[in-house]
Design a protein around this ligand. Structure first.
Ligand code: SF4
Length: 308
């Protein structure tokens, strides 16, 4: 097997990837507070932290082939984000549950993947240049080649819901389209030879009964040229809209440009982290108590590069 360097610990999401456009679509005002004003809460939601921990351990397993190294990586990651968990209960559940989750995933899928596929890349970041010169970044969990020379993107989701729902989300989602578009571009490969293979490691929330862990591998996902074109046009338009709004802030009020979507305030059965400050008129150079500044505006403006 090709030797891979030890994956580095994740410290941020992909710089201008789907989480920016998704957040903008969910609540433009939240996007403004987080990415334009740069208000970041010191805490992170536990599903996000747990997902990152799992993915880091998974990447280390693929790179080293060692379940032990994967468990050590998991523990390093948890130590590094210890203070970011919102509650003591979430923190201790993560330290109990995650080692079981990654171990069961390795046993069910990880070991076989290493035997079955030729690995081409693990957690590598890519940038795709879209129409108008806008760029979009993404990071694949892993890209492999099978014996028939198909390229397969291996993508894992962690979930506390029914795995079929997570599979449906991947099957219909833009993320799979973006990944397949990127691989086709970078590896100059026909769409008919590229697949995304989703797997879901699901365990009911708060359960510590290991018999309830369900590692589920879904159907292969494919995309045709129309889907790729539609995604590229749609994403370019979204990035252009965000970029124009950020530019228009020089002359117009943020309240008119970035609209609140109050349907999103309690999405995922938890209050939005900005719910207590969303309606306060806080001076532009101030940061509300409890937040820290982390200017994290994506690369919205066109870069030099050919639109593809
Ligand atoms: S509290 Fe609601 S309206 Fe305000 S930023 Fe959050 S989701 Fe948007």
């Amino acid at each position: 097997m090709k030797k891979f360097p030890m994956p580095s610990m994740p410290n941020s999401a992909s710089p201008s990837g789907s989480h920016y456009t998704n957040l903008f679509k969910c609540c433009a005002f939240k996007f403004y507070l987080r990415h334009v004003r740069g208000w970041k809460t010191p805490k992170t939601s536990s599903p996000l932290l747990n997902g990152s921990a799992f993915h880091y351990a998974k990447a280390v397993f693929y790179a080293t082939g060692s379940p032990n190294e994967a468990l050590k990586a998991l523990s390093r990651f948890l130590v590094s984000v210890w203070k970011e968990y919102e509650t003591e209960e979430e923190r201790s559940l993560a330290s109990i549950r995650l080692p079981f989750m990654i171990s069961s995933w390795i046993e069910k899928f990880g070991n076989n993947d290493l035997k079955r596929y030729t690995f081409l890349e693990i957690e590598k970041e890519h940038r795709v240049i879209l129409f108008g010169g806008f760029s979009f970044t993404l990071r694949l969990d892993a890209l492999v080649r099978d014996r028939e020379s198909n390229l397969i993107i291996l993508e894992t989701k962690t979930s506390s819901w029914r795995p079929e729902l997570a599979e449906l989300e991947v099957f219909n989602g833009d993320q799979a389209t973006a990944y397949i578009a990127c691989v086709s571009e970078l590896y100059k490969t026909k769409l008919s030879k590229i697949y995304l293979l989703p797997d879901i490691c699901s365990w009911p929330k708060k359960s510590t009964k290991t018999a309830q862990i369900n590692n589920y591998r879904g159907e292969l996902v494919r995309r045709d040229a129309n889907a790729i074109e539609e995604w590229k046009i749609g994403t370019s338009n979204e990035l252009a809209e965000i970029s124009q709004k950020v530019e228009a802030l020089k002359e117009h009020s943020e309240y008119a440009l970035f609209r609140r979507n109050t349907f999103y305030c309690t999405a995922w059965a938890r209050p939005c982290e900005y719910i207590n400050v969303c309606r306060q008129r806080i001076a532009k150079d101030s940061i509300p108590y409890g937040f820290k500044e982390d200017l994290d505006l994506p690369d919205l403006f066109p870069k030099k590069g050919k639109a593809k």
